[in-house]
Design a protein around this ligand. Structure first.
Ligand code: DGI
Length: 151
């Protein structure tokens, strides 16, 4: 078992539809700890950096248009194996593959507008947390919430 941090974001469609509370509830019920959160509207450079692995895909422009189209709810969560477990909770990208019981399976029926993002690896999590919350704030969080004191 490894304690990890990951970046989770309620996308503009999820925020508009009022799904933020439901998503937080699911992560809390799973026993994960919320370390930081902010409602923000991403500028294009933040969005392009976030989705850099897709920069050569034909849908890259549309993806950046969508993710900057309204506020997102950006969060850092911590817990055992959270990167893998949160991806299971989120469900697959395609609506025909996202199983009922997952967040996308229960709330999304579109591949493009699919309510939630979660980091897919340790490296992505580090990069995405830094893009949204910065290294300095991440360090300060560690000071505020020493590892031993967190359940
Ligand atoms: O990690 P995921 O979000 O499940 O999926 P991903 O990393 O393969 O793709 C990132 C996001 O890109 C995905 O959540 C929705 C968007 N996307 C994927 N395929 C398409 C797409 N957006 C558009 N407009 N068209 C696509 O074909």
């Amino acid at each position: 078992m490894t304690r990890q941090r990951t970046f989770i974001m309620v996308k503009p469609d999820g925020v508009k539809r009022g799904l933020t509370g439901e998503i937080i509830k699911r992560f809390e019920q799973k026993g994960f700890s919320l370390l930081n959160a902010e409602l923000m509207t991403m500028d294009r450079s933040k969005a392009e950096y976030h989705y850099m692995e897709h920069q050569d895909k034909p849908f890259f422009g549309e993806l950046v248009d969508f993710i900057t189209s309204g506020p997102v709810f950006a969060m850092v969560w911590e817990g055992e194996n959270i990167i893998e477990v949160s991806r299971l909770m989120i469900g697959k990208t395609s609506p025909t593959e996202a199983l009922p019981g997952t967040i996308r399976g229960d709330f999304a029926n579109s591949k493009e507008e699919n309510v939630i993002h979660g980091s897919d690896s340790l490296e992505s999590a580090e990069r995405e947390i830094e893009n949204f919350f910065g290294l300095l704030r991440r360090r300060r969080l560690e000071d505020d919430f020493p590892f031993e004191d967190r359940k």
